[in-house]
Design a protein around this ligand. Sequence first.
Ligand SMILES: Cc1ncc(COP(=O)(O)O)c(C=O)c1O
Length: 416
Amino acid sequence: MSGLDTFAELESEVRSYVRAWPAVFERAQGTKLWDEHGREYLDFFSGAGGLNYGHNNDAMIAALVRYLQSDGVLHSLDMATTAKRDFLQRFDEVILQPRGMSYKVQFPGPTGTNAVEAALKLARKVTGRQTIVSFTNAFHGMTLGSLALSGNVAKRESAGIPLEYQLTAPFDGEFGAQSDTVAVLDAMLADHHNSVAAVIVETVQGEGGLHTASFEWLERLAESCEQHEVLLIVDDIQAGCGRTGAFFSFEPASIQPDVICLSKSISGSGLPMALTLIRPDLDIWSPGEHNGTFRGNNAAFVTATEALNWWNNDALSHEVQRKSELIRRELESIAAEHESLRATVRGRGFLQGLHTPVDGLASKICSGAFERGLLMETSGGAASDVVKLMPPLTIRDADLERGLAILRASVVASMH
Ligand SMILES: Cc1ncc(COP(=O)(O)O)c(C=O)c1O
C-alpha cells in the first residue's frame, strides 16, 4: 500500500481532515507544510489552533532536544518535576501576575475536553448543583460532559445516550444585533437558580461559526452570573493563547472568570497539554479526586515554558492586532466585490472568517484553496458555512498576503 491507500484500508471511517486534504504530510516549518512529494502548503489552519507559533519553532525545538538529550523526565503524572516547576513559575510571572490574576493551576489530562470536564466537575462540586448553561453553537469537546454543552445536534447525537443537566442560552447576536440575549439568560437563571452550577462561554465560537461576543455582552454576562451566584467558566481553548490578540481572549472585557480552560496552543509546539485555572477559593478538590495518567507531559511543559517568551512584552499582541486588521479589510473587500456570496465577516483577531449562506460554497472555497496550496477549514457546525482563517500568529506579512490572495482566487473560482 502506498500514498493514501494505507489510511483508507487501515484507519477508521471516523477520519476526517485526510478526506478534505488528501495529501500525506511529511515536514513542517513555521507557516508551511510539505507533503511526501515535496509539494508546499501554506498553513491558515494552525492545527485547529494548536500551533499558534507555527510548526517546529526553532527555540522550542532546541529546548525540547536539550531536555531529551539530558534524560529529562518525560512522564510523571502529577509528581513534582523541574520541567513542571519551571512552567508554573514562568506562567505565574509572565501571564498571571502582570494581569493581576490569581488562579490555581490544575493539570487535567492533556486535551481540551479534559480541561472542560475538570471545570464542570469542580463547578458541580463547589455549588452542589448539577446543570451547566452553555450557548447556541457552542463547542467544548467530545467527551460526554463537554459534548452535553455542544450546540451541534449531529455531534450530540453521536453520544448515543441522552445528554442531560444542560441548558442552552442564546449567544450574543443569536436573535440579531439588537436583541438582548443576556436578559434571556437572566430569566433562565432566575427560573433555574437552584439547579445551575455554571455558565460556560467561548468569546469567539471557533467551531460553531465564529460568532463573536462583544466585550460589553461578556461584562453583562459576568454580572448576571455573579448576581445569580453561578460560576462563570471561560473556555479559552481555541480563542486564547493570543489567538485574538491578547493572551486571554476576554482581557479587553473587565471580567474575572471563576474558571478558565486552556489547551491547544498552551504547549506552543503542538504537544498535548491542558490547564484548568481555578479561582483559589474554589479549589476544593481532594487530592487525587480527579486524575489521569498523562497529566505530566513534561516535553509539553518544556516547550510551553519556551513559548511564554513570546509574552515577555506586547510585541506579538500588537503584531496580531495589526495583521488582523489587514485580514478584516481583505475579507470585507472580498465580501463587497462578490455580492452573490452574500458574505459577512465574522470573528476577531486571527480567528476571523467569511460567512456565506450559499449552500456548500464555504466548503468549495476551502477545497479550491487546498488545490492552490493553502490549508484552510470551514467552521459553522453542521452547516459548515464559514470559511475560517487561522494562520499562525507569527506569520510574516508576505505569507499572509499570499494566503489572502489564494483565498481571493479560490472565491472567484468557486463561483464558476
Ligand atoms: C473552544 C473549544 N473547547 C474545547 C475543545 C476540545 O479540545 P480537544 O479537541 O483538545 O479535546 C475545542 C476543540 O476544538 C474547542 O475549540
